[in-house]
Write a protein that binds this ligand. Structure first.
Ligand SMILES: [Zn+2]
Length: 240
């Protein structure tokens, strides 16, 4: 039985690192849209591509449009962590999972109670005034009807996210690579070995417990030591 084997592998491990892919958003109520369709729809609606809309120059020079797109297409008020994220938080409390690494910006790990999370692209939960440093919760952005400005100094509040064209924070990438190189088991959830997240980081893992849990089959699955093709929300809660 696959689950028993996986349970055993976790039982034998002391330093599990989990990588959570953006496709997990689908488990959490985020509408799944094919990338090509999304680009077409967004361009027709806003007159720019998603990358142009979610860029630093749009934030600086066309903030009304930047925040309209951000509120309407990026933030999702009803998004809630799936059972996968709560299971990860529980595995972390039990001392098995030592680190969770993600490129997702929706803060789902944090909302579910995970503590050691590296969010490579930042989080919608952290918004800061670039001038005075005052922090604002996501609700502040959601409730603003125009451009959200700092209540103290009236500067445009900046979402704590790596925007299109910006570099990832090198310290975070190094921290994630270190965690993976020291892990005795790596759990890849909701993504394959060809995603931006895994391509960047899996090369640092040198041991024999690379486990994938995700619905879609992929030709790179054979490079994992163990693979279950199912939604992580159906599997992970069975492991805690
Ligand atoms: Zn300020």
């Amino acid at each position: 039985m696959q689950i028993d084997r996986l349970k055993e592998m976790i039982e034998e491990s002391e330093n599990v690192v989990a990588l959570t892919g953006s496709p997990l958003l689908e488990e959490c109520g985020y509408p799944y849209v094919r990338y090509a369709d999304a680009i077409y729809d967004i361009e027709s609606k806003y007159g720019y591509s998603p990358d142009e809309l979610f860029s630093l120059s749009m934030y600086k020079y066309r903030p009304e449009l930047f925040f309209r797109y951000y509120r309407e297409e990026v933030l999702h008020e009803k998004l809630a962590p799936s059972a996968t994220f709560y299971a990860l938080a529980e595995m972390e409390r039990r001392g098995k999972v030592k680190m969770i690494v993600t490129r997702s910006i929706h803060g789902l790990c944090t909302i579910a109670g995970c503590r050691n999370v590296i969010e490579l692209r930042g989080s919608v939960l952290r918004n800061t005034c670039p001038h005075c440093g005052r922090e604002y919760p996501m609700e502040y952005i959601l409730k603003s009807t125009k451009v959200p400005v700092c209540q103290d100094c009236f500067t445009t509040v900046r979402p704590g996210i790596v925007l299109a064209g910006e570099m990832l924070d090198n310290r975070l990438v190094t921290q994630a690579a270190d965690a993976i190189s020291q892990a005795d088991m790596v759990l890849v959830l909701g993504t394959n070995l060809k995603s931006d997240l895994t391509e960047q980081l899996i090369k640092y893992y040198r041991r024999k417990k690379l486990v994938l849990i995700k619905k879609e089959e992929h030709y790179m699955d054979r490079y994992a030591d163990y693979c279950i093709n199912d939604y992580p929300k159906n599997i992970l809660p069975l492991l805690v």
